[in-house]
Design a protein around this ligand. Sequence first.
Ligand SMILES: NC(=O)C1=CN([C@@H]2O[C@H](COP(=O)(O)OP(=O)(O)OC[C@H]3O[C@@H](n4cnc5c(N)ncnc54)[C@H](OP(=O)(O)O)[C@@H]3O)[C@@H](O)[C@H]2O)C=CC1
Ligand SMILES: CCCCCC/C=C/C(=O)O
Length: 496
Amino acid sequence: MTHATASTIELPTSVRTQMYRDGAFVDAEGSATFENLSPATGRVLNHVAAASESDVDAAVESARRAFDAGLWSKISPAERKAVLLKFADLIEANAAELALIDSIDAGKPITDCEELDIPDVVLTIRWYAEAIDKVFGKVSPTGSDNLGLIVREPSGVVGIVVPWNFPSNTLSWKIGPALAAGNSIVVKPAELSPLSALRYAELATEAGIPAGVFNVVPGLGHVAGKALGLHNDVDVITFTGSTEVGRMFLRYAADSNLKQVALEMGGKSPQIVFADMESQLDEVAEDLAGAAFWNGGQNCSAGSRILVHNSVKSAFVTLMAEKAAARKVGDPLDRETEIGPLIEASARERVLRYIDDARSAGAVVHGGAAILEETGGFFVSPAVVDSVGKDSAVVRDEIFGPVVAIVGFDTEEEAISLANDTEYGLAANVWTHDIDVALRVARAVRAGTVAVNGFSEGDISTPFGGFGISGFGGHDKGLEAFDQYTELKTIWVTIR
Ligand SMILES: NC(=O)C1=CN([C@@H]2O[C@H](COP(=O)(O)OP(=O)(O)OC[C@H]3O[C@@H](n4cnc5c(N)ncnc54)[C@H](OP(=O)(O)O)[C@@H]3O)[C@@H](O)[C@H]2O)C=CC1
Ligand SMILES: CCCCCC/C=C/C(=O)O
């Protein structure tokens, strides 16, 4: 394994670029490939198989064959657990290499990948492995003439479509419960970060997951993703990404076999800071700088909208500007780096446009410029936007970059009203010492996760999903994730 600077990037030698089907790497139809670029240099890293519609058909066929054969779907939960625990062990044993792959492929800081992303994958796979033989069906409250059994069965073939911002984590939140429940899966990783999914599939086979249970079809969203969404033999689609593409999966389901669809989409998550935090404003600003700028703000639950009491707003803005300026932006493979490049050139242009438009409309912007352009990478320094109207685009839109907008409020009611003034509803955060205020606000804000006194998405035991246009049809994480990947069946017995 080579650790390299952005100018001499070398991927680990284990990296494979073909599709993964039936337990083996295979070329896409006609050996078609697409260019996979480095966000840190803008240069081509490698060429990856571009799955066609017929490649997706073949992967789904393979998944269905494996499901029907029952070598995974019908074995006991305890047996699946043993294999999944081995899978987790193999991921752990290869953690350094997986971290390097995601860091190079998606431009994520290497220390984040090593210390957060990959350990979270190991934890997730272990957690679902451990859970599966502890989840029971139910017996309904019948009279003595009947026995009503409510059982859960694996759904069948699950299509998994994921984005590039946490290539390993969003994948693990879906493959963990889907595999534990006994399904076969076909994964469509993001075009911008396709590599780690292929390695996870290979490690799954090494752990003993039967051929055909775990397939990967890298490729273009409007080809491979669409083919999976429209496939009549896919029982479930689970998706993380933009609301725009999430809507397409609902249409695909309506136009095909009415497959189950679960969508985890974007957000514009409010971070509400009350006046009683005045004595700890520095600590709050540090936490909220993390919430806004972690992963370069390319996070569905990024704390990109701060609502702060007007009595402490000016001091808070000064602190946030300092925190932003202190963040080290640079080569994702440099261990000092806290913020890597944005994922692609168009993302950088979009983020800079939001910043310029806000400035032109009279906002005060601290930071927020294209930097390190000589590297060829897509770097932007973090931006704190103040003196901005609550209806401006920088306050309302999911920017998916290191940009945080700050808006003042005077009363609790106003804070709640501003927090809920969005179509999104993924996450929120409230800072106060007053437990009554904290709980009143937590209950009043319409969001799937509300953190109190610290940015958080919960842990693996807590369900993660969104209200409004942030979520549809199910949750990732927690035992609740099994609802996405199982069908409920009633068995009604007449006792004669
Ligand atoms: N909630 C979240 O975590 C995320 C939210 N977003 C939001 O979405 C914006 C765009 O990011 P992006 O990664 O492009 O997200 P997308 O929603 O475009 O992509 C997510 C996944 O869907 C696939 N896809 C794209 N188009 C189609 C299609 N027509 N039919 C079926 N599948 C498709 C993508 O493939 P391909 O990669 O080939 O395009 C990718 O695998 C971000 O700027 C952000 O606002 C993005 C990522 C994560
Ligand atoms: C270390 C675990 C990080 C998980 C973050 C997942 C974010 C998901 C998303 O943007 O959808």
